[in-house]
Design a protein around this ligand. Structure first.
Ligand SMILES: Nc1ncnc2c1ncn2[C@@H]1O[C@H](COP(=O)(O)OP(=O)(O)OP(=O)(O)O)[C@@H](O)[C@H]1O
Ligand SMILES: [Mg+2]
Length: 225
C-alpha cells in the first residue's frame, strides 16, 4: 500500500529531515513510528499525504508515485485517506455530527447517506450520545474521537495519525489507541506516529524507530520486504 524507495527529504534550510528511508507497508497493517522530537515522524506522514514531495527517492502510495500525481488527481488520491492530528481542528460552531459530516459534504455525498454514515462513524467511536452537542462541551478525549470519526466516516483504506494522543492523558490516549486498533480490524491500514514509548510497548504492533531522519529499527514486522 505504501512504499518508500531510498527517500531523502531536505527542507529549504538544508536540514536533512529524512535520509535514505526505504520501507514497505502492506494493506491492513497497523504500523507505528516513533523517535525523538525532530526525528522526522511528521515528515514521513506528510510525504504519504503528498503535502510535501521527497527531495530524492520515490514515495509510492496506492501504487502511484506521489511525485507524478497531477493537481486534478489529488482530491481523488486524498479521498482514500483519513487523517488525525494532535490539534483537533474542529469547527466549534457546529455540532459533533456536523463536524463529522463535513468530510462527506466535501466528497459530494448527500441526503440520508450522510446521516447513516455519520451515525455509523459516531457509533464506532462511542459518541452517539453526544452527536448534537458542540465541541466545547466535550473533553479532550471526546474531541479526539470526533476527529477520528471525521477521518473514518468515508471508510478510507488508509488512516494516518500524527501524535493522536499528544493532548491526552495516558488513560484517554490508550482508549484512542484501542479505537485505532479497531479501525485496522475493518481492513484499514493505520500509520500512527507517536513519541510515547509506553504506547509502543503496550500495543505490540510493528514499529519503526526513527532518529535524525534515519530508520534504526523495524520491530515486530510480520512480512519481509
Ligand atoms: N516546514 C519545514 N521547514 C523546515 N524544516 C522543517 C519543516 N518541517 C520540519 N522541519 C525539520 O525537519 C526535522 C523533522 O521534523 P518532523 O516534524 O518530521 O519531526 P517529528 O519527528 O515529527 O518531531 P515532533 O516529535 O516534534 O513532532 C526537524 O528538524 C524539523 O525542524
Ligand atoms: Mg511531528
Amino acid at each position: 500500500m505504501i512504499q518508500f524507495h531510498h527517500v531523502f527529504m531536505t527542507y529549504q534550510n538544508e536540514y536533512k529531515a529524512l535520509r535514505d528511508v526505504s520501507l514497505e507497508i502492506d494493506r491492513g497493517e497497523f504500523i507505528m513510528v516513533t523517535g525523538p522530537s525532530g526525528a522526522g515522524k511528521s515528515t514521513l506522514i506528510r510525504l504519504v499525504t503528498r503535502e510535501i514531495l521527497p527531495t530524492k527517492g520515490q514515495v509510492i502510495v496506492f501504487d502511484q508515485n506521489v511525485a507524478k500525481l497531477k493537481a486534478v488527481q489529488l482530491p481523488y488520491f486524498r479521498r482514500k485517506m483519513g487523517v488525525v492530528f494532535q490539534n483537533f481542528r474542529l469547527l466549534y460552531d457546529r455540532t459533533v455530527a456536523e463536524n463529522v459530516a463535513l468530510t462527506l459534504h466535501i466528497l459530494g455525498t448527500t441526503g440520508r447517506t450522510i446521516t447513516r454514515e455519520v451515525n455509523q462513524a459516531l457509533d464506532r467511536v462511542g459518541l452517539t450520545r453526544k452527536k448534537n452537542v458542540k465541541p466545547w462541551h466535550l473533553s479532550g478525549g471526546e474531541m479526539q474521537r470526533v476527529v477520528l470519526a471525521r477521518a473514518i466516516v468515508h471508510d478510507p483504506p488508509l488512516l494516518l495519525a500524527d501524535e493522536p494522543t499528544g493532548n491526552l492523558d495516558f488513560a484517554t490516549g490508550w482508549e484512542m489507541m484501542q479505537l485505532l486498533k479497531q479501525v485496522t480490524e475493518t481492513g484499514t491500514t493505520v500509520f500512527c506516529a507517536t513519541h510515547n514509548l509506553n504506547f509502543i510497548q503496550k500495543m505490540k504492533k510493528r514499529t519503526l524507530f526513527l532518529d535524525k531522519g534515519v530508520i534504526h529499527g523495524d520491530r515486530n514486522k510480520l512480512h519481509g520486504n
